[in-house]
Design a protein around this ligand. Sequence first.
Ligand code: FEO
Ligand code: CA
Ligand code: CA
Ligand code: CA
Length: 636
Amino acid sequence: MSNAYCNPDQINNPTDNPSFDQVLGMRLSRRGFMQVSVGSALAAGATVGLTGCASTGNGSSAGFTPVPLSTTDKVIVPNGYVAEVVYAWGDPVGSFKGMPTFKADGSNTAAEQALQAGMHHDGMWFFPFPLGSTNSDQGLLAVNHEYVDDGLLHPDGQATWTAEKVKKSQAAHGVSIVDMRYHQNQWNVWPSEYARRITAETPMKIAGPASGHALMKTNANPTGDQVNGTFANCANGHTPWGTYLTCEENWQDYFVTPKANALEKRYGINDKGAGYRWHEFDQRFNAAVEPNESNRFGWVVEIDPYDPNSTPVKRTALGRMGHEGAATIIAEDGRVVVYMGDDKRFEYIYKFVSRDKYDANNRAHNMTLLDHGTLYVAKFKADGSGEWIELTQGKNGLTEDKGFANQGDVVIKARQAGDVVGATPMDRPEWTTVHPHTREVFCTLTNNSERGKDGKPTADAANPRNNNLFGQIIRWKEVGGQTATKFTWNLFVQAGNPASSKPEHKGNIKGDVFGSPDGLWVDPRGLLWIQTDVSTSTLDAKEYAGMGNNQMLVADINTGMIKRFLTGPNGCEITGITMTPDMKTLFINIQHPGEPASERSDPANPLAVSAWPNGKGRPRSATVAIRRLDNGIVGS
Ligand code: FEO
Ligand code: CA
Ligand code: CA
Ligand code: CA
């Protein structure tokens, strides 16, 4: 943390355990739970000091010593760094007085959960406070809570099932906004009027072409312009005017329909759902009762963290899909461009270009930019060129006889619109990110074990492997500015396991091995951070045997060299990434530590896979703050 912790007299001596313990004890006393990991050797139980405190900064290439693969139940960061938990599932969001404390047996009520951090932290962003500042000591941290593990959320898991449990599950989804401050060398959530939880029950507006559309009308909202809640919030974006974009991804898992129609089928809604069991006590998730409720999910939601009384808005002009992220940049002409992946096998990559221009002096105007514009879908050609195909009603075959009578139809049925215009089916597009200097766009294509199977699309130039178990990162550059409809593209890297006996699984990584890239961010200096989401049924097993837990790496875009920066505890995914403006604190999320292959824990044995971060009770998803012990810039 501060330079004081990097005092060579005290703790740089590899054999000076008491000094390290002294520091650890002091920090433990400040916080009920936390974790310091100082390099791989310590995590493996060896004796090691805090070497590597000196700055190794060298411009845009990463300067740290990589950490090895790990199956250790800890967050491990390079020597010279410290990682600590700052916001875990169940932590109160605001004032600590009168706020419900976390109960480690899962016995907090639904009402208490609605005032605490949700589960399964995912995308997030640090908004410096106040608005317009570059404050690196205080920010409003917006954090997605993607889904829940009912085996950990309730004392007896799903053994009994009640309306109260449904309400608690809904309250554990959504978004947190917390006031995060760096004070006395410590990040903490502070009591704040800005702190709030947004859950699957929070009222929000529906704006853009789908607002008021016949397919958006329900018994509770016959005007089709309001909805309660956001959930399945996966990755994210943020806008130049200081708002947060939260992206609804696997929302279809929560709805159940007796017999799916064509639209429901195309979006993956079926007669079972994925076992969240909301429909048993909340009829809006029962499609037999509320057939249009599901159309009100699958959107990008804009939230103003600086106005705690503001109503979140679903921006339907950006299309409805399994939204992963929403990477936003101002084009050369002042319009706003948003890049988005639809994370399902064989789904598409999208781009939105606003009609109107960004105005740095008119925030209210900027808040309307995502309601009017043009949606495009990507076609990747074998010769390295590509095309953005416009998804506008009446163009490119999007006509009434095909089911597109108006633009509301196009955005609600964005996947079918992409089908009609011949978009390229991709290997599960996850995060997108725009390089702040070169304006190249990068997108993770996490994996696709179905490619080439049973009549499904076979390998193509952009998705070059059938049975693609490891994924790739694709990049493109617009030809003629960010709003262009033509681009050139190539593959930045194909992930893999060089130890695999099968050539197609080896990949072409320069540097440290990984697979299933998901989180992705080019930071302000141009380093590409890569976070992995190997599913818990595959972690360190099958073709991933020997590859350990999920991890985060850094790529030097110029050389292609990739170095491992962090490994996570058992059963987790690494996701969510943001930095303070001074780049001295990096925040990441540990999602679902302890998740078993079934994705639901046994409440009788909640620590079966992981005891992170507390070592007892239940494993907890959490935001982790990472700093250099010498107070330097992270990753340099
Ligand atoms: Fe929630 Fe596609 O990751
Ligand atoms: Ca993801
Ligand atoms: Ca993923
Ligand atoms: Ca996940």
